[in-house]
Design a protein around this ligand. Structure first.
Ligand code: SF4
Length: 225
């Protein structure tokens, strides 16, 4: 396996916060936001990560030291951008597993899960057709993610036709309903609340879970939180 000693990471942000979304929402966490993504979601709130050449270059040890200097956390969230397309991601994950109790990866799923481990969790967020022309690519490896019980499917749902598309794709890919979390699209409290209320009814009816966006609720839509 390629050593991260020789791999240069490129990150856009390193910060200490609470995990805002998904199954461990509310947990103190270090965030390592890697550069590079070509999925092109229309509502992407981290477009500054899209260029693989942007951000700051450094080693794994640089990133770890900077994160630990910010405070303590049992969890590291490796996010992006699209972290699974970052060079050396498998080595990075192996190193992170040695340094944190729990490692979570936020991914669109355009490539299959590279590593499996009892303390490694994937938050796979496949995109609906209204979001990007690459929607099908983000569902392509859903079976591989579903085979790992540590994967949660976190699906962002906005206006129609998103609800119908989501239900169709969940059935087509036979995703385990107890590991699906729906998350409202939106970057303001008002938009999130309105959609969350509608999604709550959908979750009750379909046996799905609802994910918060705690960081937007607590601090608004800004970087580094
Ligand atoms: S996959 Fe994530 S980082 Fe990439 S465009 Fe979509 S929302 Fe943005």
């Amino acid at each position: 396996m390629e050593s991260t000693d020789r791999v240069t990471l490129r990150w856009s942000e390193l910060f200490h916060s609470l995990q805002g979304e998904g199954p461990s929402a509310g947990t103190p966490a270090h965030f390592l936001r890697l550069q590079g993504c070509d999925v092109g979601c229309r509502w992407c709130d981290t477009k500054y990560t899209w260029s693989p050449d942007g951000g700051t270059a450094g080693t794994y040890e640089d990133a770890r030291a900077r994160l630990h200097a910010l405070g303590a956390a049992p969890l590291i969230v490796i996010t992006g951008g699209e972290p699974l397309t970052h060079p050396g991601i498998a080595s990075l994950v192996e190193r992170a597993l040695a340094d944190w109790e729990r490692v979570e990866i936020e991914t669109s799923g355009v490539v299959p899960p590279p590593v499996r481990h009892e303390r490694l969790y994937y938050n796979h967020s496949p995109k609906l057709p209204s979001v990007t022309d690459r929607s099908a690519d983000t569902w392509r490896h859903a079976a591989a993610f579903a085979a790992d019980p540590n994967t949660t499917f976190k699906i962002v749902v906005g206006d129609d036709p998103d609800t119908g598309d989501m239900l169709r794709l969940v059935r087509t890919h036979d995703l385990p309903r107890n590991r699906i979390m729906l998350m409202p699209e939106g970057l303001t409290d008002a938009a999130l609340h309105e959609r969350a209320v509608a999604l709550a009814e959908l979750c009750k009816r379909e046996g799905l879970r609802l994910s918060p966006r705690l960081h937007v609720w607590l601090w608004g839509a800004r970087r580094g939180v």
